[in-house]
Design a protein around this ligand. Structure first.
Ligand code: HEC
Length: 217
């Protein structure tokens, strides 16, 4: 009998401690198991707002002054912007218009195209489709607005403008500036150009010694 009382009491205490205080808002701070005065600085970390006061530093400021000759990460040692190549980083020509072609520092070769294909498959194909006709898998899930690359407007669009679309996104398209390094964005553009060329190819594009293969049954 005595055991039954103890068991009932334990069950009641357990039920109240688990369920009883749920949702209650306390007005006083909870009991501190490791109080600050016994373990100073262990639990409450001084957390300073920018340009606020602080008793920790002798000058009373929460911010530290940068050491002499510090330069911002985006600037070179002489104070010039590191990303001064507007073609490479913004797709802009010297007169501010969208640049055509590819920046001098990238070499458009087979490796570059393969890199572009690789990045395109990861980042663009889900919407634009493997051949760039806008029939990616997202269409099946209701995203019906992805345009094809194979119309005159996009065929004639300056490479710099495509670069800007990749960097900043457009309409329903997300920006990819944070996922693709500038050189990868250019590689993707080279691959988009290859897709456009491939989809508008004529027999004259096929080397003469391969034409017979196309005509074979
Ligand atoms: C989430 C789906 C999605 C992904 C992924 C995506 N796009 Fe798009 N893209 C769109 C949509 C939608 C538009 C139409 C935007 C508009 O005109 O409002 C578009 C438009 C474009 C255009 C035409 C822009 C213009 O000025 O008309 C280009 C070029 C393009 N995308 C290239 C890319 C490239 C390159 C990638 C990969 C880095 C990519 N897109 C990834 C959905 C996507």
């Amino acid at each position: 009998m005595r055991n039954l009382y103890i068991a009932t009491l334990c069950a009641a205490v357990l039920a109240i401690s688990i369920l009883g205080l749920r949702g209650r808002i306390f007005t006083r701070p909870p009991a501190d198991v490791f109080p600050e005065w016994v373990f100073p600085g262990m639990k409450h970390d001084p957390n300073h707002a920018q340009q606020a006061e602080s008793g920790f530093f002798s000058d009373g400021r929460s911010d530290r002054v940068a050491p002499p000759n510090t330069v911002a990460a985006s600037y070179g040692p002489a104070g010039q912007p590191l990303r001064s190549d507007n073609f490479l980083y913004l797709g802009r020509a010297p007169d501010g218009s969208w640049a055509r072609g590819f920046p001098g520092s990238v070499r458009v070769d087979m490796r570059f195209l393969e890199r572009g294909c690789d990045r395109f498959t990861i980042y663009c194909e889900p919407c634009h489709g493997a051949v760039g006709d806008g029939n990616g898998v997202t269409k099946r899930y209701g995203m019906g607005v992805t345009p094809t690359y194979h119309d005159d407007r996009l065929r004639k669009m300056a490479e710099g403008e495509i670069f800007n679309t990749i960097t900043n996104g457009k309409g329903e398209m997300n920006p990819y500036g944070d996922k693709l390094a500038p050189s990868d964005r250019w590689a993707v553009i080279a691959y988009v150009r290859a897709l456009q060329r491939a989809q508008a190819a004529t027999l004259a594009d096929v080397p003469a010694d391969h034409r017979a293969q196309l005509e074979a049954p």
